[in-house]
Design a protein around this ligand. Structure first.
Ligand code: G5P
Ligand code: MG
Length: 216
């Protein structure tokens, strides 16, 4: 048995708003040595910096489309730590999955399966702290002070791609791309799917899976 805290190299996948960031925060709270790396957060940081990659990526992101593989793959793979990690939002295509597989061995894929009608509602009421990637949601996980990050007190913002029409485009892209990716990891026996309408339903299943499959 692997020790989660020492060795687990995992991916978390799921539709936009399925709770990848939310579940990742809970996993890394339990297993502090696991490093969380979100490709979306990395890309947003590049956009914020105004780097070459950021400039190219911005139009795709604002339109709810995937950023081309060659732009994403390098920046994400370069940031993979030596120890245990949880990769959030990457890979999104089979090409990315193959390149990742050439760079590092993956132990498990945590696949979140949440109905699309539940998701649409969530994304329009999401607030994020851009500096840390911490997420809040009106009515579900409210910040202590409205509009302010709990830890730093800095302003929360809404993401540019959380407009209703962009959310629709993102969901469509996910629908078109998730099948081949699931199949890629299912064939390797690494895909673990967790279904439910709420994080309160999904999280206990993920927690149980990690406890059972891996030594604490
Ligand atoms: P991202 O950044 O990877 P998405 O679209 O995949 O973005 P997103 O939107 O970040 O995923 P999430 O992390 O799955 O969603 O969900 P979350 O933030 O935890 O939860 C969503 C909201 O619901 C939050 O407000 C949370 O508080 C709330 N919530 C959670 N659980 C519950 C619940 O039970 N009840 C309620 N009421 N609320 C709840 O990618 C962004 C873009 O970057 C590019 C693409 O352009 C992409 O569109 N990109 C890539 N392009 C190509 N290849 C890649 N690998 C790419 N990675 C990113
Ligand atoms: Mg996220």
């Amino acid at each position: 048995k692997l020790t989660v805290a020492q060795q687990l190299r995992a991916i978390i996948m799921g539709a936009p708003g399925s709770g990848k960031g939310t579940i990742s925060a809970r996993i890394t709270k339990n297993y502090e040595k696991m490093a969380h790396r979100s490709s979306g957060d990395m890309l947003r940081a590049q956009v914020e910096k105004g780097s070459g990659v950021g400039k190219e990526a911005k139009n795709f992101m604002d339109g709810g489309q995937l950023v081309p593989d060659h732009l994403v793959t390098k920046i994400v793979i370069n940031e993979i730590p030596d120890g245990p990690f949880l990769l959030d939002g990457f890979p999104r295509t089979v090409v990315q999955a193959e390149e990742l597989g050439n760079a590092v061995e993956i132990d498990a894929v945590i696949d979140l399966d949440v109905p699309f009608d539940v998701i649409e509602e969530r994304l329009t009421s999401r607030w994020v702290h851009p500096g840390s990637g911490r997420v809040y949601n009106t009515g579900f996980s409210d910040p202590k002070v409205p509009g302010k990050d709990d830890v730093t007190g800095e302003d929360l913002i809404q993401r540019d791609d959380d407009k209703p029409e962009t959310v629709q485009a993102r969901l469509k892209v996910y629908e078109d791309t998730c099948g081949p990716l699931r199949e890629f990891y299912a064939k390797q026996g690494k895909l673990h799917t967790f279904s439910g309408n709420a994080t309160a339903i999904i999280w206990p299943q993920v927690e149980e899976f990690l406890k059972k499959a891996y030594k604490d």
